[in-house]
Design a protein around this ligand. Structure first.
Ligand SMILES: C[S@@+](CC[C@H](N)C(=O)[O-])C[C@H]1O[C@@H](n2cnc3c(N)ncnc32)[C@H](O)[C@@H]1O
Length: 250
């Protein structure tokens, strides 16, 4: 699969060093069944931190009713991790749905406040046309492998969230939100989603801000401030991804 190379803050030495790992992975002598059970062999500390971070979020909402949503799910790793954390932590909770939103074609709309990083103005994050179907097949596989597999508990919603999320809420008037992972980075879609989601949050609901106080992408922080102000929630850093902000609704 070809995707455009994403902007990185890694140094050239770090990038060169990663090539060694890519080669070791590509040339692995381990058969696929064993490889999939031992992926930690190839996981850099930054990739491991991302998984620990997703678990940190799940721990925060274990006692909070409602669904898990990701706005800007891209390849869908978090969606798959949430499905499997659900299966591990609360296998009989059929009401913990996992829903991912993305255009799967990259950024749809930009506002003046969003800056001009090439990642969001260019083809960054655009995926091949068949990727949403691939992701749906993958999550269906994981669900079928877990308990209560006959009850569908996930949804992948393709399109611009400015339209798809209000429509989703209309179509699902009883859907409440325990955890909303915001990774859209830009102003307008973030603002539309923050406004729409407010009435579906409960005390203890968690909003994850992937880009908070982020110099290159100020849009999401501005939208958050405009909708939520500075009261009615607590905010803290993630323990594992220390530049991510975790908002807990009072
Ligand atoms: C930073 S990436 C998400 C990365 C992902 N959360 C992860 O942790 O791997 C941002 C995603 O937001 C999506 N996106 C941007 N604007 C959008 C919009 N208006 N509607 C739906 N998705 C959008 C992009 O397509 C992109 O996949």
């Amino acid at each position: 699969m070809k995707t455009q190379k994403l902007e990185t803050k890694a140094s050239q030495a770090q990038l060169d060093h990663r090539e060694t790992l890519y080669k070791l992975f590509k040339d692995t002598p381990i058969p696929t069944d064993q490889l999939l059970m031992h992926l930690g062999l190839y996981m850099r500390s930054s990739a491991l931190a991302k998984i620990l971070f997703v678990n940190e979020l799940y721990e925060l909402i274990k006692d909070v009713p409602g669904s898990i949503m990701e706005f800007g799910c891209w390849l869908g790793q978090n969606i798959i991790l949430f499905e499997n954390l659900r299966a591990i932590n609360e296998p009989f909770n059929q009401n913990r749905r996992v829903i991912g939103f993305d255009t799967f074609g990259g950024y749809a709309s930009l506002s003046a406040v969003d800056g001009d990083s090439e990642v969001i103005t260019g083809e960054g994050y655009a995926l091949p046309a068949n990727y949403p179907d691939y992701l749906k097949e993958l999550i269906a596989y994981h669900e079928s492998n877990n308990i209560l597999s006959h009850i569908s508990k996930h949804q992948i919603v393709q399109g611009d969230v400015v339209k798809t999320f209000p429509q989703f809420l209309k179509d699902n008037p009883g859907e409440m939100v325990a955890l909303a992972y915001f990774d859209l980075a830009v102003y307008e879609p973030s603002k539309v989603c923050f406004q729409a989601i407010r009435e579906r949050l409960v005390p203890g609901s968690v909003l994850l801000m992937d880009e908070y106080n982020f110099k290159e992408y100020p849009g999401a922080t501005i939208a958050f401030r405009e909708v939520f102000g500075d009261t009615g929630y607590k905010i803290k850093k993630s323990r594992y991804m220390t530049d991510r902000a975790i908002v807990i609704i009072d």
